[in-house]
Design a protein around this ligand. Sequence first.
Ligand SMILES: Cc1cc2nc3c(=O)[nH]c(=O)nc-3n(C[C@H](O)[C@H](O)[C@H](O)COP(=O)(O)OP(=O)(O)OC[C@H]3O[C@@H](n4cnc5c(N)ncnc54)[C@H](O)[C@@H]3O)c2cc1C
Length: 381
Amino acid sequence: MDFGIPTEYRQIKALTRKFVAEVLRPVEEEVEETADVSDELHARLVAESKRYGLWGAFAPESVGGGGLTTLVPQTLVREELGATSYVLRSYVDSGSAVRLESATEYQREKFFMPAFRGEVRSFAAMTEPNAGTDNGAMETTATRDGDNWVINGTKHFISGVDHAAWGIVYAVTDPERRKHGGISGFIVEKGTPGFTVGRRQVMMGHRGFNQYVLHFDNCVVPHANMLGQEGTGLRQFLTSITGARVKVAIEAVGSAQYAHDLAVNYVKVREVLGSVLAAKQGIQWMLVDSMMELQSARLITYQAAWKADQGEDFRVEASMAKAYATETAQRVIDRAIQVHGGLGYCEELPLARLFRDIRGARIYEGANEAQRYIISKAMFQ
Ligand SMILES: Cc1cc2nc3c(=O)[nH]c(=O)nc-3n(C[C@H](O)[C@H](O)[C@H](O)COP(=O)(O)OP(=O)(O)OC[C@H]3O[C@@H](n4cnc5c(N)ncnc54)[C@H](O)[C@@H]3O)c2cc1C
């Protein structure tokens, strides 16, 4: 058993930390205040990420990416990315959105490669008002009409639609089979007749990565836009979501570590009632608990990533990591706010933002109760 970081990954981890500190941190406040990453800012951050050699780090070398396609190195890098705003993490993470394995040559050239190059942005629409955790309850349908498919239905909570050029929309193509081979993914371009972007659903956090309602009213898309084989949409989605849970877990660790480091530094200098806070046992024990819990969350997450890279089934480990790390991170950030007193609650520090953002991570990519359901199924079956 080796708990060391392989030498070949130390450099990219350090470079990511530098990129976060030098390029992303200075724009965090602007993004938080405007709740937007404008096209100009997007272009600048893409260019900076390319200059640092980080853009597309997780995409295969065959498309010009950095080749970090396995979970352990991605996890090492993502731990650093966790320390910045959710939306800004995509300026290294973008390559992982390229679902090349399911794409045809046409889809790759027309849609995925421009997204991979940072020229356009995209979204993924699965969730509906009556189908969140239970994807099988999906009501959006796609009906074949010659060389086309006609989509009807409503999606909600869909992130990043405002600046996107296109997105993957999941719909029922076989009502008899539903989640057992009856759901397919389609690439839908913004501006396609019958597709309208509805109201923005303002969330507690995640500012700048905004959520929208989408309406499809006899929206016609060509068969060439179907992603993968008919009926494989949900399988594609679920395959990627297991890895995404490890991603959410380690980013939670990264964000909580950032908050914890701020707390440790602050209590060393803040004097209250004649001594620095760090001299008080009540404070020491709070922060020691944070340190122990953070290390447990980190190790459980790396083990899930390691298991994935061995080619083994890592669904239970990914669920444990996602639920445990996000809940740990919420507690750790909460303690960091507490030891800062009023300053911790004040928007002049990033702690309030970290607290808002981590709250969402307990819900998306499968609510933590759904993770417990997955774990209990494996435990009792
Ligand atoms: C910030 C944010 C961004 C998002 N972005 C996207 C996006 O880009 N694309 C997209 O398609 N979706 C997106 N979503 C939606 C997200 O995936 C769903 O909110 C999530 O899957 C939960 O679905 P739901 O909201 O319908 O909750 P429901 O399915 O109604 O669940 C409600 C609650 O029930 C509990 N629960 C669920 N399952 C179980 C169980 N087995 N046992 C016990 N309790 C259970 C949980 O506490 C859960 O929170 C986003 C959500 C948020 C908050």
